[in-house]
Every structure is written in C-alpha cells, then in structure tokens.
Design a protein around this ligand. Structure first.
Ligand SMILES: Nc1ncnc2c1ncn2[C@@H]1O[C@H](COP(=O)(O)OP(=O)(O)OP(=O)(O)O)[C@@H](O)[C@H]1O
Ligand SMILES: [Mg+2]
Length: 305
C-alpha cells in the first residue's frame, strides 16, 4: 500500500491527499537513501490529526507533537515521513547528543581531514524528515543547532562549520511528553519555530482499530476488555491515582502477543503492565483494575479464535 490509500480510507480531505501526491512527484529521493523510506508497522488512526499535520507540512512548516504517553506521537511522525515519501532520520535527544552528532565531526580519511556528517546534516541534504524525539530533553549545545536548523531561512549556520542549505523537502517533527517525571519545558524561542499539535488521549474507537488491526485472529469482545483496561488506567492516571508507568499500550500489545503464543492472559498482563509499577501501593491499584477486566481463569482460547 502506498499510504495515500490509508488516508482515503480514513476520509481525509481529498485536496490534501492530492497535494501529498504532488509533493511526492516533485521531490525525488536519492538512490543512496531509498532504504530510509520505510513503511511503519501500523497506520496512524485519527483523521483530524492527520489533516492538521499534513496541511502544516505541505506549507513547509515544522511540527511539534506534544502529549501524554502512548498517544501515538512517534507512530504519527513515522507515518508522515512515509506518506510524503521521504527518508526518515530518527534523532533521540534523551541521550547526550550535541553538535558533533547532529552536524558532524572532523575525521581523518586517507591522510586528510573530512567531515563525517551528522544526522541533521544528512537530513537537510537529502530532504529527509527529521524526527526529533523527546526534543525537550536537548542539551544546550544541541539546542543551538536546533535553533539554526529550524530557522525560517532554511540555512544552518553553526559557528565553526560550513553553512548548510536545507533541501526543499526537508521537514522536522519534534515529539515531547509532559507526563514523565524529569521532563523539561521547551524554551519559547524553539517552540515558536513549530506548529504544535496536542495529541488527544486515547478513546475506545482508536484503541479497537489498533488492536483489531494487530490481532485480526482475536475475538472482538475480548479485545474490548483490553481496550477497556487501557482506558481505566488512563483515567486513573489522569486523576492522579497512579503514575503513567502502567499506562503502556506497547505493554498491552506485547502481552497479547505472548498470549497468542500460549501464555495465560493473567501472566501476560503482569509482565506487560502490572510489573511496571515498582511502588507496591500503586501495583495493588493496577492489579485490581486488571482483575475486573481480565478474568483470572481466562486462557488463550478465551481471546484467540
Ligand atoms: N492513533 C494511533 N494510531 C495507531 N497507533 C497508535 C495510535 N496511538 C497509539 N498507537 C500505538 O501505541 C503505541 C505507542 O505509540 P507511540 O510510541 O507512537 O506513542 P508516543 O506518544 O510516542 O509515546 P511515548 O510518549 O511513550 O514516547 C504504538 O504501538 C502505536 O502503534
Ligand atoms: Mg514517543
């Protein structure tokens, strides 16, 4: 599937879809980075969010996706790169990353100095989509590179390096999470370089689309209990009764996979969800929620056909 079909299925505005098609035709991808144009594991579900994101990117804007855990920020960013047919560059700011990794470092090749290009440099050069993951965790050295990269002049001018022009097709998509303990605010000058999408919390409809797509061999009614489990935990975490540790859609998906290969559902959910809470009081609350949704006596055959 080329991605545009997925947009039509979700009822995305036809004018936007046509313009994405035009964007692709106008911007070829260099042979050496073809392998970076990757189809994501799952389509992103959410018509309105897709429309907002596509319109912004078509206008040459950069996007900042903010929101709680598991709201689909990364899967959206990956889908956008795929839809626009661009090579994707994932850059995580959670680790200690600075201008050397982003722009490049001098290295010796055959007795002369050459710049080993960093990820932002290559993204700019090849017209990639740079996914700036957890951008609010960027250290000062990286922030100054980002300021230059995201500037409207579309030229990266970092002292000590050559000036780099951004390819027409290059875009940057930042993600940030304000749920985790220890996350930082993004500085105002950096925020002003983005259009911002605040990702909504999950609802039953989207959760069921995700689960049914990943587990077509499961019983709908049972998947509803897993979606319900996530929503119960989301509500408890929203009320401040528990942290976001147990609010883990990846954990629920992983649990279902282990059930499919034979593990009892209760044990699977323990590994995927319950044991992620290290606080005993919190773990009790989460166990109680699990018990109301996933009966202890359930086996594989209660979930999979
Ligand atoms: N709207 C959605 N459409 C498709 N998949 C989704 C959606 N929302 C969440 N998911 C799924 O939920 C899981 C977590 O998504 P993702 O990693 O994109 O979230 P995130 O917002 O980046 O979370 P975090 O803040 O933990 O980094 C993935 O398996 C993803 O496929
Ligand atoms: Mg993420």
């Amino acid at each position: 599937m080329d991605g545009l079909e997925m947009l039509r299925e979700q009822g995305v505005d036809g004018t936007l879809i046509r313009q994405v098609g035009e964007f692709r035709r106008e911007h070829a991808v260099a042979e050496e980075v073809r392998d970076r144009v990757l189809e994501p594991a799952l389509p992103f579900f959410g018509r309105e969010i897709l429309e907002m994101a596509i319109a912004a990117l078509l206008q040459g804007e950069n996007l900042l996706l903010t929101g709680a855990k598991a709201t689909g920020k990364n899967i959206l960013a990956e889908n956008l790169a795929w839809l626009f047919g661009r090579p994707a560059y994932n850059i995580s700011f959670h680790v200690n990353i600075g201008s050397a990794e982003l722009i490049g470092t001098d290295t010796f090749v055959d007795n002369h100095v050459e710049l080993r290009k960093g990820s932002i440099y290559r993204c700019a050069q090849y017209g990639g989509f740079g996914i700036l993951d957890e951008i609010n965790m960027a250290k000062n050295d990286a922030v100054s590179v980002l300021h230059a990269t995201l500037d409207f002049r579309r030229e990266i001018d970092v002292p000590g390096y050559d000036r780099i022009s951004l390819d027409d097709a290059a875009r940057f998509i930042g993600t940030m999470n304000y749920g985790y303990a220890g996350t930082r605010e993004l500085n105002e000058a950096l925020v002003s370089r983005f259009l911002v999408i605040d990702m909504p919390p999950q609802n039953e409809e989207t959760l069921m689309l995700i689960l049914c797509r990943l587990f077509p061999d499961a019983k709908r009614e049972s998947l509803k209990q897993f979606a319900g489990l996530f929503l119960d935990l989301q509500q408890k975490s929203g009320n401040g009764e528990i942290s976001t540790k147990a609010l883990d859609l990846r954990g629920i998906i992983a649990a279902l996979k282990t059930v499919r290969c034979g593990l009892p559902p209760k044990k699977a959910v323990e590994m995927g969800i319950v044991n992620k809470c290290f606080d005993l009081f919190e773990r009790d609350i989460v166990s109680d929620v699990v018990m109301t949704r996933i009966p202890e006596k359930w086996g594989r055959e209660d979930i999979f056909m």
